[in-house]
Design a protein around this ligand. Sequence first.
Ligand code: ADP
Ligand code: AMP
Length: 204
Amino acid sequence: MIVVFLGPPGAGKGTQAQRLVEEKGFIHISTGDLLREAVKKGTELGKKAKEYMERGELVPDELIVALIKEKLPEEGKVILDGFPRTIAQAEALDRMLAELGKKVDAVVLFEVPDEVVVERLSGRRVDPKTGKVYHVKYNPPPEGVEVVQRDDDREEVVRRRLEVYRRQTAPLVEYYERRGNLVRVDASKSPDEVYGEILTKLGL
Ligand code: ADP
Ligand code: AMP
């Protein structure tokens, strides 16, 4: 089963994916996490991706498609988080899956107003040791856990990322709507409510 999580940065995609991993045995593939790992390790991909990420721009499609080709598991229940982000990536994904006799089974669109996203991203903190995501107000880290802020969660970069989402990624809503496999969730609600809505809409 292949599920795509679509929505602006900060909508809560990673948070919900993590819970589906823990409770429902999904495999979580986040291109953002994979790219950050590549940057940290200083790989060829990381060197090429770094500047785009710092500016809040998308990394070129061919690099991302090659990355997904390498990381997409052949079996299991998979959540694609943060991929595809352009029509070209969605088309490449369809071709890749068709070769394996598969398809995108469902697309979950996280609907949330911009001001909520800005508040969530400005308060987001990450534990660099485990990659776990917290929020200073909504999900504070436990005592003793040292957290950091992502470079691209600074306000000016957040605004750029929202513009990029609107221009390059939002057209995917129509792309998947036409295929009839898009479901919408109200991502401005509490994490538990959003989780419940995802389970219902995916029939899990
Ligand atoms: P995305 O993966 O879509 O970029 P995250 O899952 O990292 O988003 O969530 C962004 C921030 O908002 C994090 O700090 C997270 O703890 C917080 N968050 C996620 N879901 C909710 C929610 N339903 N209500 C309040 N805060 C949330
Ligand atoms: P995320 O963790 O999903 O917010 O992604 C962080 C950054 O990684 C984005 O701002 C982009 O620069 C890059 N990125 C992640 N996924 C993709 C993708 N599918 N296509 C292009 N760039 C991506």
